[in-house]
Design a protein around this ligand. Sequence first.
Ligand code: PLP
Length: 343
Amino acid sequence: MFEKLNRLHFANLPTPLEPAEKLAAHLGLKSFLFKRDDLTGLAMGGNKARKLEFELAGVVAGGYDTIITVGGQQSNHARMTAAACRKLGIDIKLVLGGKDFTEFKGNLLLDTLFGADIRYISGSDEDEDLEALQKKWFDELKVEGKKPYALPLGGSTPLGTLGYVKAMEELKSQLPDDKVQIFCPVGSCGTLAGAVLGAALFLPNAKVYGISVSRTKEDIYKRTRELIRESAKLIDVDPDLSKTEFFVYDCYHEEYAKHIKIAMDAGEVCARLEGMIVDQVYTGKAMAGLFDLALTGVLNKEEPVIFLHTGGMPEVFSDTLKFGEYKKCRKYSVEEVQEMKNQ
Ligand SMILES: Cc1ncc(COP(=O)(O)O)c(C=O)c1O
């Protein structure tokens, strides 16, 4: 099915499927598993590694010398695309935006490590604003004689989406039974679209749940269905999508990139029960949505729940906690310790 398409190698696959028994018990579920796509590798891992394997194969084949892509201030897609470009020897330009900043932290700091050229919109990460600046820069690069490739937000193209179709084939090989409930965060919709198409092809009894981090349900259903249609054409399949149930939950969509309390609380539960880190923008919010659906009885408690851990690790380091805000840390002076030694 995928053989006629070019594909590069960025991700360490298969990623592990790890049970989380304490979290399952906490939510009253029979079984909970993390699909560890945060461990794909490529500059600290995440879902973009799978998408870029397909998307950038086309860029290499087309002889492009520069990639110009867009994202929010803490874009994981930007960081991973920058890393991939460096591996390929391609120039990288990033159009980023969001709240103003004075210090480079988290993903933004890593973007500088990869030496990406950055143009930043202070105060907006709206798609239209980022795309307008991307277009202007793209035109400038062409005038300079470059051969730029404009990669859209989140790498969510029909080609990139195939990364998650293939991920479902991989997941099938790790499961004894396809009666499972799969969860993922949803931003630009490529991961969800790939998961739904992949489930239709390889896990026909699975239900897929997408938790929105930024868009309304209506917008997500529309974009996801479009991507599914276009991706299916690339691999010459026409699956019966009416059998694959897919649901979108958008209760927290208005708070993109804000560290909302409900996601922080869900993150704390994961960390303290399972030693698992989730970020606040994507996986923490998806976990909060999953908690809502488990605790309100929407999920089937008997069927395994699989959480696609899509990464986002560097974002965790975009925040700081001031001394005094964490009550379980006590400081000692060197003199106090000297006294202890003298006793
Ligand atoms: C960590 C993480 N999880 C999930 C997503 C959402 O994936 P998609 O944009 O394919 O919907 C992103 C997108 O940037 C991400 O960085």
